[in-house]
Design a binder for this molecule. Structure first.
Ligand SMILES: [Cu+2]
Length: 329
């Protein structure tokens, strides 16, 4: 679906190499100025091979735009609208140029694409959203903070126009990503396990502020599915983690999934956990004496012992009195 410049270049140069060898054969039979012709053919082959590659690189050139944040809205308009073609790589840079409410802080979000800028303020004037406009539709572009000029920043939209070429050669390539997940223990017995995931791009750089969902394969009444354990956002190091208390025993297939965001393609990774002893999903509430039933025998023994010792003590006193009385008379 996605074409990359690298392999395409290789294909074209190998084709031109083929053409070159045919020319070479004819030349050697006629034996007329072979070096010049060979050089010309080589150059022509190189140019022909490069043309599609250059054209491809141009189609991937990002659409760069600067959007000013003013007290009257984005680029001075409360109903700011931006139209883009689907499949383009886009860089939207927001710039703080307010003349009023200078203490404002903004976080610009693009809903539907799951993107947000860092804080933009008088002190940190610029921030850029980079993404591939791969989803067609109309998306809200707003400020996520309760700022002074919020009313002027909540009606803007980004429209991504669908085009036939979007999924073809004109589409920009997403940056591949990879998740690596590891549990705090591979064998679980009645205790929660911590599932940690690390999300990186093709260069090994961490992908921050991305949502990673953790899922477990389940089977209920013969129907297989996936149950969400939890979701977490990656930090600056691309790390996200959740705590998981297994509620059924056996081998469990756990998956960490990233659905893609901005310039980054989706990725996922699975592992298998051995759950020896599962924590029950529910606990039966104690009824009546159930809670103390295991302590009853001890209580009864204590009571019986005290009755018998009192009785023995009384008997002993009676015996002493009965022995002391005849000595007086
Ligand atoms: Cu704001």
């Amino acid at each position: 679906m996605v074409t990359k410049p690298g392999p395409q270049l290789t294909v074209h140069s190998s084709q031109s190499a083929g053409a070159l060898s045919t020319v070479d054969c004819r030349l050697s039979t006629r034996n007329s100025r072979p070096l010049v012709l060979r050089t010309v053919a080589l150059l022509a082959g190189l140019v022909l091979g490069l043309v599609p590659w250059v054209a491809h690189a141009q189609s991937q050139e990002p659409v760069k735009m600067r959007i000013e944040i003013t007290e009257n809205g984005f680029n001075g308009q409360p109903d700011f609208n931006l139209e883009l073609e689907q499949g383009k790589t886009v860089e939207l840079t927001f710039v703080f140029v307010q003349k009023a409410a200078l203490e404002d802080v903004h976080i610009v979000v693009l809903k539907g694409y799951g993107l947000e800028t860092p804080e933009i303020s008088y002190y940190n004037k610029e921030a850029t959203l980079k993404f591939v406009a791969d989803k067609p539709g109309t998306f809200e572009l707003t400020c996520d903070l309760d700022c002074e000029i919020h009313d002027k920043l909540k009606r803007a939209h980004l429209k991504v126009k669908g085009s036939g070429a979007a999924s073809g050669a004109g589409a920009a390539a997403l940056v591949p990503t990879a998740i690596s997940m590891y549990p705090s223990a591979w064998e679980v017995a009645g205790a929660p396990v911590k599932l940690s995931a690390s999300l990186k791009d093709a260069n090994g750089s961490p992908v921050a502020k991305a949502t990673v969902r953790f899922l477990v394969d389940t089977e209920f009444a013969g129907t297989k599915g996936q149950m969400e354990i939890g979701a977490a956002r990656t930090d600056a190091n691309g790390a996200a983690a959740v705590s998981y208390k297994p509620t059924f025993p056996g081998t469990q297939q756990i998956t960490a999934h990233f659905e893609g965001m901005g310039l980054f393609a989706e990725s996922e990774q699975s592992l298998r956990l051995q759950v020896r002893e599962a924590e029950p999903a529910y606990v039966v509430a104690p009824r009546g004496l159930e809670g103390v039933s295991d302590r009853i025998p001890i209580g009864v023994a204590v009571v019986l012992l005290s009755i018998w010792s009192t009785f023995t003590f009384v008997l002993y006193q009676v015996f002493r009195i009965s022995r002391a009385t005849p000595a007086r008379g």
